[in-house]
Design a protein around this ligand. Structure first.
Ligand code: PLP
Length: 633
């Protein structure tokens, strides 16, 4: 546990139990004794066949803990409630969840349900996101906000106005100046008075990886001149009362409260200016940016850590707005935030299996006969190198040995390319070089193995591939056993980028246990803190689709768990359909060909096998047909 620093990045939700397994504490430290769920038991339940009481799901598997979501939401709300109360702030906090962080139906519905008691709403950035937000908020608090961000056309804006007609508090946030004309046009046509927000481009700049959207040259928002023009136009149309919200976004994963307070303070000044110009301002929406400490280092100087707590964050925001508004004699606005990462990151764990491990040093031991056979075939040049190598070895001149071995290998490869050596010769020279390495003691004392994992990095950890973001990845069991190996992870895709060779702490390999048994399996790893963005961004590179998903809650006062829903990941048929193939037609075509070409009794078995291939997930399976009934066309 110490080795993997679970106590640092995992607290208060993840710990190691007496059996050496990861335990999940859905209520953090709030229950004493801790209520906890053994993650390995959950995985075993999900992946065991139905015949033995399991759910028959294939891995990889996302395990969701709705109780963790609930705890995160409550923690965020309490932090702001405390800051509001203790600083005598004269308005409340009501957040929205940006659905882009994880659009899963259960995640969004759970958030709306858990947070309806404190007016929590949703943020959308595209038309389908707006549709799902509208539908989910029908069950939300009547006061919840529906913040409409992103690039907008007439269709998007009309939809947001329809939401107004449905008595949802949809705020159309102007990200581009041109959007105002569309809002005016569409609201006249639909006969709806819009609630307008505007996104300001702040001068404050977040210098970390996620800060490229901030600052004067940032991608989004209105400049000072544009804001002034919007105000003028609204005034001319007697619509200044429609402008009620100021939005800004400093960037995700804000590293320090210093930067936060700086940005929020600047925005609060803009807010006061909008009030001075006669807008009917009510809400300051501080965007996202509340960060996660992925490596548990509590550092302000890293993209994957943060130097503040939830309470520090809330207190800084409230303090910065209060200071400015009090100075200007402006009524305190309602504070809204669009935290995504901080709400959903912890609630899900991606579990996958290491199926085998291989060493770079896999050559056969080279026998004297094989060596003789090789030397015989070497050309004069290479033979001279070989002699020098032997001489250096006699005198224990290690450095020369290494140089000669490398030289010999190079010469042999050249000879192989010319067609003068056979594969057996090449294997012999590899074996010889390995022998030299071993004798000198390099590479062998600390071998780094390649662990092959039943996963696609592109589908499930896209930010590692795309932006090099690190997540805690550790075994979820055997944590009471010292790992004897080190390894990096190599995925199933036919792509050299499909590997994980950087881990929190900056290491290029991870301490890992030996994969037991031939055929591997049974060694489970978890990727933690990936509940935000990773599922939403993943593509289907190599046609590996998403993982299976289960939702798990506690039962019996914490000693056991209940699986509330279980959804198998997309089958091969499903991913084929996603790229416009027609699996039903494909299956039929192949079935007919089987009937024509495979005679007799074998025919049915081959057709069954085909059906299974369409039915099963694209990941490594166990050779059994999954329970999905897809193939029965
Ligand atoms: N709001 C806006 C406008 C964003 O661009 C983002 C993400 O970049 C968010 C909210 C969510 O940010 P975070 O995940 O840092 O909370």
């Amino acid at each position: 546990a110490m080795l993997y620093r679970v106590d640092r990045w995992g607290a208060p939700y993840f710990a190691v139990n007496a059996s050496g397994n990861i335990s999940v504490r859905p209520y953090g430290d709030d229950t004493k004794p801790h209520q906890e769920i053994d993650l390995l038991k959950v995985v075993k339940k999900a992946s065991s066949p139905k015949s033995s009481g399991g759910l028959g799901l294939q891995l990889p598997l996302v395990v969701r803990f709705p109780d963790v979501l609930k705890h995160r939401l409550e923690a965020l709300q309490s932090a702001f409630d405390f800051a509001v109360e203790s600083q005598g702030y004269e308005a409340h906090y009501q957040g929205v969840y940006p659905v882009k962080c994880n659009q899963d139906k259960f995640v969004v519905e759970d958030i709306v349900k858990f947070a309806s008691g404190f007016r929590f709403g949703l943020e959308a950035g595209s038309k389908p996101e707006l549709l799902l937000a509208m539908s989910c908020l029908c069950n939300g608090s009547p006061e919840a906000l529906l913040v409409c961000n992103g690039f907008k056309d007439i269709e998007y804006i009309s939809l947001a106005l329809v939401a107004r007609k449905l008595q949802l508090n949809a705020v159309i946030v102007l990200e581009q100046e041109e959007e105002l004309d569309i809002v005016i046009q569409a609201s006249r046509k639909l006969g709806v008075r819009p609630i307008i927000g505007l996104r300001a481009k702040l001068r404050t700049k977040h210098s970390g990886h996620f800060g490229s959207t901030s600052g004067e040259k940032g991608k989004f928002g209105l400049t000072t001149a544009q804001i002034l023009r919007v105000l003028k136009k609204l005034e001319q149309l007697e619509m200044l009362d429609c402008l009620q919200l100021l939005h800004f976004h400093i960037g995700s994963q804000i590293p320090s409260t210093g930067l936060l307070a700086d940005g929020v303070g600047e925005a609060a000044q803009i807010y006061c200016e909008l009030v001075r110009h006669g807008a009917c301002m009510k809400v300051i929406d501080i965007g996202g940016g509340l960060g996660i400490d992925y490596d548990g280092s509590k550092s302000q100087d890293s993209d994957i850590s943060i130097g503040y707590t939830l309470q520090d964050y809330a207190s800084s925001v409230v303090g910065a707005i209060k200071l400015v508004c009090d100075g200007k004699g402006v009524k305190h606005p309602v504070i809204c935030s669009e935290s995504g990462r901080a709400i959903v990151s912890h609630h899900s764990i991606l579990v996958f299996e290491a199926v085998s491990s291989t060493s770079y040093h896999d050559s056969q031991q080279v026998s004297p006969a094989e060596l003789g056979y090789l030397v015989e075939r070497l050309n004069d040049d290479a033979r001279a190198v070989y002699r020098s190598l032997s001489a250096a070895a006699m005198c224990n001149e290690y450095e020369s040995c290494m140089l000669y071995a490398e030289q010999l290998k190079r010469r042999c490869v050249e000879q192989f390319k010319e067609g003068c050596l056979e594969m057996e010769h090449l294997a012999a020279v590899d074996g010889l070089c390995e022998l030299v390495d071993k004798a000198i003691g390099i590479g062998i004392s600390d071998p780094v193995l390649t662990y092959h994992v039943n996963l696609s990095v592109f589908t499930s950890i896209p930010d590692f591939w795309g932006i090099g973001q690190l997540f805690p990845i550790i075994p979820i069991h055997r944590l009471d056993e010292r790992p004897a190996m080190r390894g990096f992870l190599s995925d199933l895709t036919c792509d050299s980028d499909g590997k994980i060779d950087k881990f929190i702490g900056g290491e290029s390999s991870l301490p890992l246990h030996q994969v037991e048994g031939k055929g591997g399996g049974g060694y489970y790893l978890g990727m933690f803190l990936g509940g935000a963005y990773e599922e939403a961004l993943g593509g289907i590179h190599n046609l590996f689709g998403g993982p299976s998903v289960i939702r798990v809650t506690q039962s019996d006062g914490g000693q056991s768990f209940a699986v509330k829903s279980a959804v198998p990941g997309p089958s091969c048929g499903d991913v084929l359909r996603a790229v416009q193939h027609e699996p039903e037609v494909m299956f039929e075509r192949l079935r007919q060909r089987v009937e024509e070409l495979v005679g007799g009794g074998g025919c049915a078995a081959v057709v069954d096998g085909l059906a299974c291939s369409f039915n099963n997930m694209p990941y490594l399976g166990n050779g059994k047909c999954s329970d999905q009934s897809y193939g029965a066309v």
